[in-house]
Ligand binder design. Structure first.
Ligand SMILES: Nc1ncnc2c1ncn2[C@@H]1O[C@H](COP(=O)(O)OP(=O)(O)OP(=O)(O)O)[C@@H](O)[C@H]1O
Ligand SMILES: [Mg+2]
Length: 488
């Protein structure tokens, strides 16, 4: 269970926040003063701290300073009254993760807290690899391992060991599911920047207009809907590590700005004039062939050379089949512990089946396959019949193949769904599916709402309601300038 520390002298607000987070299954600890918060932090580990700015005695700023001085890297969200945006931004320079202006609405609170908790997970979960012992400054919550002894993986470990502590840019390449993100996190945990932020951005998952806001931030009033100054990831990442996932999908215009940060350590917020200096280490990953992207004019050559100084190529799983048994053993023990099942072994025939599969989805596919088998198997052994591999489904007609896929995904997700959604499982699951579906269709249609509504088979009005309900950050200038797959 993740723990949240709430620090505010306003009892009403504390009560509201306590209930808000407790209802979602978080452990909540409340304090009415900065002093009490520091005492709580000395005795307990938290995953997120919500800190009021204005409190009698030790105020939010002083408390934050103390927290950072004691090397606690838990994300801190500063809560402050509307109209004091500047002070809130000052606190971010001192290492706060973000700020909330009071009175805040639930959606904003939810979004910012979820973001911060994700960052906390990435920063605290230590990724270890063979041959290296990691000594984190705070005891790790969980250790995630990079498993595999194949010669090519040994080379990867050697390279991580050689470059992690140097301040160089690193490009990680490999097919989907080969462990690129895992390697990026291992580099971070073994670097001198391990007590500073690790922020990830997936360049393929965010529409072009939002990507720049996310990276560089914006000034209040920079565009319609920019109601408060937003601090971007670069600024939050001062002295830390930025992970650009799927960098091959970054638009050319953004590439130019990112290159400037890499070369000169400077940028401006959108709509801003101030030249902001940052010191970040960059790790990038891609499953695309960047050289080809450069040839075809989709990726800047100068950025490519800049990133490629040190590159790590991850081998696909089918080229290191001898790593399957140790990976299987690792996942079996991890998932049987997570789901409290007695599974300990994999039957010989089942292992044979795993070894002869081609693993188009690489380690992620293997991980999901074992997760499912651990959940479904009875007794203490995994039998062949519980292993569902992609090739098993190839003969099925389209509809049934889709149902089989949904079935498999649900198997993976059911424990989390039951855990998180309390009594309203049905309504919550429908909501989650609808939200994901609409987000994906919107993205596919380049945020053109008319097209998205048509693709979804719903009215424009219904779509508008859903966008509001799910608080989608739809770019304001659409559909006017929207590029869609059909018009490109
Ligand atoms: N060598 C490994 N040992 C243990 N787990 C691994 C290994 N490689 C990958 N995994 C696990 O497989 C899953 C996919 O890994 P990861 O997300 O790092 O892949 P990726 O290359 O970034 O994939 P994508 O391109 O799809 O984003 C993760 O859950 C990760 O923990
Ligand atoms: Mg990835």
């Amino acid at each position: 269970m993740e723990n949240i520390l709430i620090v505010d002298d306003d009892e009403g607000l504390v009560h509201f926040l306590d209930r808000f987070f407790a209802k979602q299954g978080y452990g909540v600890h409340v304090c009415n003063s900065g002093q009490a918060a520091l005492e709580a932090l000395a005795n307990e580990q938290f995953d997120l701290i919500l800190l009021d700015y204005k409190m009698p005695g030790l105020n939010g700023l002083d408390t934050l300073r103390e927290v950072r001085r004691s090397q606690i890297k838990t994300p801190v969200i500063i809560m402050t009254a509307y109209g004091t945006t500047d002070t809130a931004i000052e606190t971010m320079k001192l290492g706060a993760y973000d700020y909330l202006l009071k009175p805040f609405d639930r959606e904003e609170l939810q979004r910012i807290a979820a973001d911060a908790l994700e960052v906390n997970r990435l920063m605290k979960e230590v990724v270890s690899f063979p041959g290296h012992i990691c000594r984190p400054s705070t005891p790790p919550k969980g250790i995630v391992k990079i498993v595999g002894n194949h010669r090519r993986m040994q080379e990867v470990y050697k390279l991580i060991g050689q470059v992690a502590g140097k301040n160089v840019t690193i490009l990680i390449m490999g097919e989907s599911g080969t462990g690129k993100e895992l390697v990026a996190r291992a580099i971070y945990h073994h670097s001198h920047r391990k007590d500073k932020p690790f922020l990830a951005i997936n360049c393929a998952a965010i529409p072009e207009t939002l990507l720049e806001s996310e990276l560089f931030g914006y000034e209040r009033g920079a565009f319609t809907g920019a109601e408060r100054t937003h601090i971007g990831k670069f600024e939050r990442c001062q002295d830390g590590t930025m992970f650009f996932d799927e960098i091959g999908d970054m638009p050319l215009s953004t590439q130019a700005k990112v290159l400037r940060v890499l070369q000169y350590g400077e940028f401006e917020r959108l709509g801003g004039k101030e030249n902001i200096k940052v010191n970040v280490r960059t790790i990038a990953a891609t499953n695309k062939n960047l050289e080809k992207e450069v040839e075809q004019g989709r990726f800047r050559e100068d950025l490519y050379w800049r990133l490629k100084v040190i590159s790590i190529q991850l081998p696909p799983l089918r080229e290191r089949l001898e790593d399957i048994p140790p990976l299987v053993e690792y996942f079996v023990s991890r998932f049987s512990e997570e789901y409290q099942t007695p599974i300990r072994y994999v039957a010989d025939a089942a292992m044979q089946k795993l070894k002869s599969h081609s693993w188009p989805g690489n380690v992620r596919e293997l991980e999901n396959c074992i997760r499912r088998a651990v959940l479904l198997s009875l007794g203490d052994v995994i039998l062949e019949e519980y292993l569902k591999l992609e090739s098993d489904q190839q003969d099925l007609p389209n509809g049934s193949q889709l149902m089989a896929n949904i079935d498999r995904k649900l198997d993976e997700l059911i424990p989390d769904i039951l855990h998180l959604s309390g009594e309203k499982t049905h309504a919550n699951v429908i909501d989650m599916v609808e939200k994901t579906l609409i987000a994906k269709v919107l993205k596919r249609c380049g945020y053109n709402q008319v097209k998205a509504a048509r693709m979804l088979g719903i009215s424009r009005n219904t779509l508008r309601h859903r966008i509001k309900k799910f608080q989608f950050n739809v770019p304001p200038d659409f559909p006017k300038n929207a590029k869609t797959p059909e018009t490109e």
